[in-house]
Design a protein around this ligand. Structure first.
Ligand code: FMN
Length: 282
């Protein structure tokens, strides 16, 4: 990382709306970053990002067959000292443009372009209070899977472009903290109802008091004490992120999977063939 006066922050804006909520929130965050910095912005819908073909070629040779703007964007991300990823909520999740981009980041497992330990802030915009669905969890799990340091994340409401900050003093106040957090020491999780390992507030109920964190995928328990809910989670041994070793281990698993495919592909093809002529494609 460069010295305090010379940092580069890259804001990945997933919204197509110029001066929309994603864009102004990212810019507002940077107004409150105490370190000297240059803000670079990248509007994903203006880039040509093709979908992942699920060929796994990138895991063997680091090369993706899709010829588009992905690598240029990934290089900008890898070169930045800090990232802001801002997505609008579309149908309770991140918008499609961002999801297409995130899928392509599979190649970062086998790639020299690494985002490990890069400080990141995730911003979600949503039009209706309480209707942001799983968008924040989706962005945060992506950040953690690629080994970034998740410094802060949050949902900001406002349907019209700019409305997330316009006449919203509470949200104006809340966003200031995000700027201060980007290059700060990793924040400690203090709310007892959040996952102590990743800070997520999203769990799946598994029966009894067992739960699984939907962001870092670790298991734990949910209980109630005198003050309210208490979420306890512990690192599962086969975790696929958190450390560089675990990421390396996951890369090996992916590469083994590809080898296994090459070994059994004839038998698989025979099995698949029985479904080949069913239905009419439109
Ligand atoms: C296709 C589409 C789907 C949307 N779905 C949701 C939704 O599920 N929940 C919600 O709260 N807002 C939804 N919205 C509203 C946007 O999330 C909201 O306007 C947000 O502020 C857009 O951010 P932007 O200004 O950066 O584009 C949707 C908007 C569009 C265009």
């Amino acid at each position: 990382m460069k010295n305090d006066e010379n940092k580069t922050i890259l804001a990945l804006i997933a919204s197509p709306r110029k001066l929309g909520n994603c864009e102004i929130l990212a810019k507002e965050i940077c107004r409150h970053v105490p370190q000297g910095h240059t803000l670079k912005l990248l509007r994903l819908p203006e880039k040509n990002i093709l979908p992942c073909k699920a060929c796994y070629a990138c895991l063997e040779n680091g090369k993706c067959p899709q010829k588009d703007d992905f690598l240029a964007v990934a290089r900008e991300m890898a070169a930045a000292d800090g990232l802001i990823i801002a997505s609008p909520t579309y149908f309770m999740g991140p918008n499609g443009v961002l999801k297409v981009f995130l899928d392509r980041c599979l190649q970062m497992f086998g790639h020299s372009l690494s985002l490990r330990d890069k400080p990141a802030i995730n911003i979600v915009t949503a039009g209706l209070e309480g209707e942001a669905g799983y968008t924040e969890a989706a962005l945060n799990s992506f950040t953690l899977i690629l080994g970034m340091k998740l410094q802060a994340s949050g949902v900001f409401y406002g349907a019209l472009p700019g409305e997330s900050l316009w006449q919203k003093p509470e949200q104006q106040e809340r966003i200031k903290d995000f700027g201060e957090l980007l290059f700060a020491a990793p924040p400690q999780v203090s709310d007892p109802w959040r996952c102590p390992l990743c800070g997520s507030d999203t769990v799946q109920l598994l029966g009894g008091n067992r739960v699984q964190c939907q962001v870092c995928r670790n298991f734990g328990t949910l209980s109630v004490d005198d003050h309210g809910l208490v979420l306890a989670t512990s690192l599962k041994p086969e975790n696929i992120f958190f450390t560089a070793e675990q990421t390396e281990h996951h890369l090996q698993w992916l590469q083994e999977m590809k080898k296994r495919f090459l070994q059994v592909r004839r038998q698989l093809a025979e099995f698949q063939q029985q479904y080949a002529d069913e239905g009419e494609w439109v």
